[in-house]
Design a protein around this ligand. Structure first.
Ligand SMILES: Cc1cc2nc3c(=O)[nH]c(=O)nc-3n(C[C@H](O)[C@H](O)[C@H](O)COP(=O)(O)O)c2cc1C
Length: 398
């Protein structure tokens, strides 16, 4: 067994381990962005540009990265975001991620297009869990998933409002990673060349569940082969804020919307009674012309005016990145690929290792900038104009 504490010293190490274990087509599917990958690169560049200036001679011998999010205490200022292919990179990868989150004392979000029954993930994963909800053109079918998540007892419902149009990813088409999967000599060889994944993940589904992974959380599609199911999964692009108001009446617990970038949308969300917004560009896999969430964050936080909890994601790979998000006003940071790479590399142990790495880096950076707790991580820690310049600093974009 690989000692992950030596093999994976940062998230990039886990990414490389995932690259070695997965077929190229699946690795590209989780790693790459859309179109020219401008948004994907820009997410990183925008975070890297920000500089944290520390204060010295503060006693930072006891550093505590705990926060309270939506009324509940948690040990780290992180959440695990929804990633559809979690069950493809590891057998029941959703449970692996949920358990890692529960152990770290943070919430986990289960994707609509996951492959393990939501009730099973809740029960076997434990901890605080949210259910991510896509609205398909078949509204009735979509609502059944939300009602099922309500019955199951998820703490939060996350309505994803970006990526309502299918994004363009040419390598998925070239790799045959489409729906239905296009088998070519190259991708068949690619799968055979990665026996740890082929036998350890796909082989286990075949042995334990007598078939390949299916969309088991979209009730009308349970039992439908993936290739056929995908034909029904056309996102609903007719949604308006009225839908959100109706959803608010229907969902009794925390309601979160994911994928806003404009401050005016934060105001609309607050007016609709939403509890939290996630400032996100879907990790650079939707609109390739989108700004980096971190650069619009200050304006969204200003517009939310404490009526909403504000979470940010897209491009966070280091503990220092997380502190930049918090310093610019986010209440917590959601991570997508960092823990997905961990799960792809080594299941629950790999996802746990990703969170350990981020935890250690958060504590280390807190020490370096003179902050013993998260309440001290404020705008004052950010070197002025090292983020995105005056427009987002002042909230002028509203
Ligand atoms: C492979 C992959 C699949 C994703 N699937 C979903 C999904 O099903 N629903 C959703 O709301 N977001 C999805 N996302 C977006 C993530 O929830 C999150 O916004 C994004 O990964 C954050 O960026 P990061 O990967 O740079 O941390 C996905 C992201 C990736 C990389």
């Amino acid at each position: 067994m690989t000692d992950l504490s030596l093999a994976a010293l940062d998230i990039e190490d886990l990414r490389q381990m995932a690259r070695r274990r997965l077929p190229k087509s699946l690795f590209d599917f989780i790693d790459r962005g859309s179109e020219d990958e401008v948004a994907l690169r820009h997410n990183r560049a925008a975070i890297e540009r920000i500089k944290l200036r520390g204060r010295v001679l503060n006693d930072v011998s006891r550093r505590d990265p705990a926060i309270t999010l939506l009324g509940a205490p948690q040990k780290l200022p992180l959440l695990i975001g929804p990633t559809g292919p979690a069950g493809y990179v590891w057998y029941r990868g959703e449970i692996a991620l949920a358990r890692a989150a529960a152990k770290a004392g943070i919430p986990f979000t289960l994707a609509s297009t996951s492959n393990t029954a939501m009730e099973t993930v809740l029960e076997e994963g434990g901890g605080r869990q949210w259910y991510q909800f896509y609205v398909w053109r078949d509204l009735e079918m979509s609502m059944k998933s939300a009602l099922r998540a309500r019955e199951a007892g998820f703490e939060g419902l996350v309505l994803t409002v970006d990526s309502i149009v299918n994004y363009s990813r040419k390598w998925d088409v070239r790799n045959g990673a489409t729906f239905p999967v296009r088998f070519t000599p190259r991708n068949v060889w690619d799968a055979l060349w990665h026996p740890r994944w082929l036998l350890g993940t796909m082989g286990r589904y075949v042995r334990a569940e007598r078939g390949l992974p299916r969309y088991v959380n979209i009730p009308a599609l349970d039992g439908v082969p993936l290739a056929d199911a995908r034909r029904h999964l056309i996102k609903n692009d007719t949604m308006t804020w009225d839908f959100l108001r109706r959803l608010r009446d229907l969902w009794p617990r925390k309601l979160i919307i994911k994928g806003i970038l404009h401050p005016a949308d934060a105001v609309m969300a607050a007016d609709c009674g939403v509890d939290a917004v996630i400032v996100s560009n879907h990790g650079g896999i939707a609109n390739d012309a989108a700004p980096a969430p971190i650069e619009v964050l200050p304006a969204v936080v200003a517009a939310a005016a404490k009526r909403l909890t504000v979470i940010v994601d897209s491009g966070f790979r280091r503990g220092g990145d997380v502190l930049k998000g918090l310093a610019l006003g986010a209440d917590a940071v959601m991570i997508g690929r960092a823990t997905l790479f961990g799960a792809a590399a080594a299941g629950e142990a790999g996802a746990t290792r990703a969170l350990e790495i981020l935890d250690a880096e958060i504590r280390r950076t807190m020490g370096a900038i003179g902050c013993a707790d998260i309440a001290s991580v404020t705008r004052d820690c950010v070197l002025p104009h090292s983020d995105t310049g005056p427009a987002s600093l002042s909230g002028d974009a509203i």
